[in-house]
Ligand binder design. Structure first.
Ligand code: XUL
Ligand code: CO
Length: 445
């Protein structure tokens, strides 16, 4: 087995580069469907899917839950001081990315670099880590899909960051966002993400929701203006989530966020980062949230994961549901695919998955799921009569009075007169069962 390691130690010695071996392979650490160079509809799988691994779940979270402490032990956490640990963690991370064969990664400031005792110390440490990351990106060819700031874990953010009732806390969040934007620019990041974290409320009794949302908009405008002035050309992304950690998050779902961005003059710079588990927490499907974004021309990127069908919190499991992947890929392909975004695995192995190899297995499964989803969705859209069936439902708008209505040529009196003249419309079947059967036919053939 050829050694791949960054720095002076190999952190995953039992795992080599993950090969593509095809669906007949029994090797759990081989791709069955993700063949990076396979061309589907003029683009390689790698170009379509733009896979990314995340720093936080993969190298920071260690299986702790509200009922018990960590179950997983990481070699890089044994270092004697926080900056040595950060450096070792980065070596492990880049070894992992390289062996897995993902082209992108994502991070929060505090995933990569520890919190200092002052704003200046935190900034200095982050800059040092960014310097190492830049070297490692050059060495491995890895690229940054997006950067972000963790303005939700520290105690000061318990009442929110940009929506905190205390201006001093908002300023602390701004300092972190500024440093994280600088880091993202330095590392050539293609996007910058804002996830609402604790931007929401627990009790309406003590909360001025109007002021908090105005402050959030002003904060985002200020961050955007700073980044653009510094030369950031990438896309800003908002990641909707309906609840958790606050009872009610302001960025509830895609349609809420799209309205907020348009209302606040942010729609030209911001798009959305859709997370599958957040979609289901909002009572939607993953495909619905993607569709709302593409309808608005605002689909930016995807946090790929899944929830648990029986419980109502953010379990961040690796995506394995092929049906969901097919539906999601159909929406994405109909929109022409990713522009600046990609599939970032915002997913973690289970608390009980304590072998170091398990993080490879989780990503391999997720990458295979969307690769197969891509193939099936492409087949449905290009070789079945799916699109024709769907557009037939709207055929009455293609000519005559229907087309005149679409063009804004009819007033309410005209519509009334048409209704009176035509009489009761013939019932037109929605044919849902035929649509569902068609998807299954292409999935199972
Ligand atoms: C939290 C979540 C975050 C964001 C980045 O639910 O998804 O990890 O993706 O802050
Ligand atoms: Co996420």
């Amino acid at each position: 087995m050829s050694k791949i390691f960054i720095g002076d130690k190999e952190y995953f010695p039992t795992v080599s580069s993950i090969p593509f071996e095809g669906p007949e392979s029994d090797n759990p650490l081989a791709f069955k469907f993700y063949d990076a160079n396979k061309v589907i509809g003029g683009k390689t799988m790698a170009e379509h899917l733009r896979y990314s691994a995340c720093y936080w779940h993969t190298f920071c979270a260690k299986g702790g839950d509200p009922f018990g402490p960590d179950t997983q032990t990481f070699a890089w956490d044994q270092a004697s001081d926080p900056m040595s640990a950060a450096r070792q963690k980065m070596d492990a991370a880049f070894e992992f990315f390289t062996k897995l064969g993902v082209p992108y990664y994502c991070f929060h400031d505090r995933d990569m670099s520890p919190e200092g005792e002052s704003v200046a110390q935190s900034e200095g440490w982050l800059q040092e880590c960014v310097g190492w990351a830049k070297e490692r990106q050059q060495e491995t060819g890895m690229k940054l899909l997006w950067g972000t700031a963790n303005v939700f874990s520290h105690a000061r953010y318990m009442n929110g960051a940009s929506t905190n009732p205390n201006f001093q806390v908002l300023a602390q969040a701004a300092a972190q966002v500024k440093a994280a934007i600088d880091a993202t620019i330095e590392l050539g990041g293609e996007n910058y993400v804002f996830w609402g974290g604790r931007e929401g409320y627990i009790s309406l009794l003590n909360t001025s929701t109007k002021q908090e949302q105005e402050n959030m908009a002003r904060f985002l405008q200020t961050a955007r203006d700073y980044a653009r002035k510094q030369g950031f050309k990438g896309t800003f992304l908002i990641e909707p989530k309906p609840m958790e950690p606050t009872k009610h998050q302001y960025d509830f779902d895609a349609q809420t966020v799209i309205g907020f961005l348009r209302h606040n003059g942010l729609a030209d710079d911001f798009k959305l980062n859709i997370e599958a588990n957040h979609a289901t927490l909002a009572g939607h499907t993953f495909a619905h949230e993607l569709q709302m974004c593409t309808d608005a021309g605002m689909l930016g990127s995807v946090d790929a994961n899944r929830g648990d069908a029986q419980n109502g919190w953010d379990t961040d499991q690796f995506p394995t549901d092929i049906y969901d992947a097919v539906h999601g890929m159909m929406v994405l392909l109909e929109d022409g695919g990713f522009k600046s975004g990609g599939f970032n695995f915002d997913a973690k192995v289970r608390r009980e998955s304590v072998d170091m190899e398990d993080i490879f297995a989780g990503h391999v499964g997720g990458m295979d799921t969307f690769a197969r989803g891509l193939e099936i969705a492409h087949d449905i859209l290009n070789n079945s009569n799916y699109k024709a069936l769907k557009s037939e439902r709207y055929g009455s708008f293609n000519s005559g009075a229907g087309a005149d209505f679409r063009a804004g040529k009819l007033d309410l009196q005209n519509l009334r007169d048409i209704a009176a003249e035509q009489g009761e419309p013939v019932l037109q079947s929605g044919k849902q069962e035929k649509f569902e059967n068609l998807i299954n036919q292409y999935m199972l053939k």
